[in-house]
Design a protein around this ligand. Sequence first.
Ligand code: ADP
Ligand code: MG
Length: 809
Amino acid sequence: MLSARLGMMDRPARQVTAPTGRRVDGADGSAGERSVGGPVADDGSPVRQRGRVTLQTPLRDVVGARTATPLAAKLDLATVGDLLRHYPRRYERRGRMTDLAELVVGEKVTVLGTVRSVQERRPRPGSKVRSMTTVVVSDGSARISCAFFNQPWLGRLLTPGVTALFSGTVGRFRSELQLQSAQVAVIDDALGEGSQRIESLESFPGGVVPIYPLADGVSLTLVQRAVKTVLDVLETVDDPVPDVLLATRGLTGLDTALRDVHRPPSEERLDVARARLRYDEALALQLVLAQRRAAARRYPAVPCPPRPGGVLAAFDAALPFPLTDGQRGVGAQIAEDLSGEHPMHRLLQGEVGSGKTVVALRAMLQAVDAGRQAVLLAPTEVLAAQHARSLRTLLGPLGRGGELDAAPEAVKVTLLTGSLTTRARRQALLDLVSGEAGIAVGTHALLSGGVLFAELGLVVIDEQHRFGVEQRDALRGRRPDGASPPHVLVMTATPIPRTVAMTVYGDLETSVLEGLPAGRSPISTTVVPAAEKPAWLDRAWQRVREEVEAGHQAYVVCPKIGDDEPAAPGRAARRATLQDDDEGADWADGEGDGDGGSDGGPEGRRPPLAVLDVAERLAAGPLAGLVLRPLHGRLPPADKDRTMRDFAAGEVQVLVSTTVIEVGVDVPNATIMVVLDADRFGMSQLHQLRGRVGRGSAPGVCLLVTEAPPQTPALQRLAAVAATTDGFELAEADLQLRREGDVLGTSQAGRASGLKQLSLLRDRDVIAQARADATELIGDDPDLAGRPALAALAASVIRAPDQEFLEKS
Ligand code: ADP
Ligand code: MG
């Protein structure tokens, strides 16, 4: 059945009335020329006298400048290959051609008929309808009228005698059958002036009409014709993927796949074609990633082998707890990487509380023992300050390097953030450039803005999801001063589904830190349906009081800050659909709060609860008498830092906060967390949040408060979070619920994406296969110098602007 949009995307009125009377788009010439059979460009000249047509041939040479120009300008399609990789978005099938005599009111139908009469009606004054064209169509036995609104040019096109395909819903108008919301799809060729712009049905085998993504000034017909012209003259496409591999993977050849995807002879062939093209995308992506991994191996690194008798040995000896098996295993792996001749690029995933900081610190100490400096980067200044504190605590006397009473092997930990006083900053910079500071902690700004290191050996990036491939790439090259690139360890507590790890983080080797330190208390999570059971909410606040009375502390988390935040509809809308992970502000302004932006949510939904309101109301109501303090990303850094310090010191009993506490904050005495409007957070995000409690010996409690009605997906999501503490499981579930584009970062409309067929949700196996294949194909030839066709494949599918998706997320 033809859908509403078929064939009607173009508004060729302007072209119809072109003064020359000539067609100005499309790609074939006059009927005379066509009868000779040779394809012609849009300037009337026969195409391809200049050589073979391959995927690399500029489109201009094949379809002519008039067609090629808008394709290049609007859709960024410059070569034959670009056009053929511009796959149909969907297909319309002629399907059952309805006999006019058998039409049933209410049915959506497509009929092939000949125009008998055309009537143009003027609208009544004031009507929204600007014009109405009624066309009576006959199939020889019966008649039906079709009503078109605001498409006066159709009247000029559909002159009596023209045969066309009409689609629409059968309705009744003044007791006559009428095709309403009618669309003209495909018109038979024997037509008058101007009609060649609508592709003839015969040219679509099986009546399957490809519908392409379009742009302003690029009509469906223009694309359809360009594709047809190109396919007619295209030489057999050389397959970049070796035959053996195709056979192993059971894939069809590229030539067949490209032709079939544009002109599918059957459903089966279309599926086969798509499978091949999906693989190509996965392979191209994995080739690029494998190249990045290989590139790192090309640079030398300064090996940092462990040194007996150094600060790491002293640290291990003083450690008050045994390392977990996971910490030991991953630690050994990292120690080996650091000893290597090439830079480490490793992703360390570990649940919240699994003890990544100790792993990172031990790696840093190994670098220090080798005479190098190490840097720890956090996504926000709050976290950087906290990391600096916890490193110093973990190090004890070993962290007092430079002080008079320090142990000889002690190291100096320097915090460098934007909120330092000028003096403190100068001192910190001096510590770094002189090598006095063995360990520096800061935000990503540490790596820019002219901060110099004496001997940078290792960069640890905590909470990876704020740090993109591009930033990682910047670390991968030589330092501006010509020094070797540092080793890089990336740590994330957000469990990453396997497909995402293989794509967005595919340039890194990955390790998983399994297990939690012994003596960890379980977190119990409960959903509090506040609308249905208001008494439960009262009970929740009572629980908070009980914890505080027992000497513990509490978090109350809200989706929003609540001062006069400027409206940010885009973010609000995303937030309303529970897309987490997009707190780009953290990097954009060096400091973030991850709040929900403006009052958001679908129509009729109340604005999200805000930190400032909630803090006030709790202080005056259910939590009166407790020491409450608000925390959010827009507080001045010094205030944030003081609040966190006071909370860590136990002077603040209840922290009312945005998701600024989502990652890394470590206050073991905090035992209860109440998340308000919990349905406005993503599942992984909730999991992150609750990791803030239960970090000490007392059991943790997390209460997810929501007004989402029972049986809604929102409530089911919360129930899923309450039901498991397995972050990987939740991450997979979260991924299922997110739109693909949000994962790949390709959701912005109009952005040409190299990944059109591939789905992270569906195609996990394809991605895994392609990853293995790419690794093998690259071998020790990262530039693919020996396999130019594969290099071209990678470049054609993952074109430069599309690499952006790697940077996002
Ligand atoms: P995360 O992986 O979330 O960053 P942290 O590194 O902050 O976890 O560790 C959480 C807490 O567990 C810290 O207080 C840390 O000192 C403690 N910890 C780390 N490793 C161990 C261990 N092997 N045994 C006991 N406690 C540990
Ligand atoms: Mg941490």
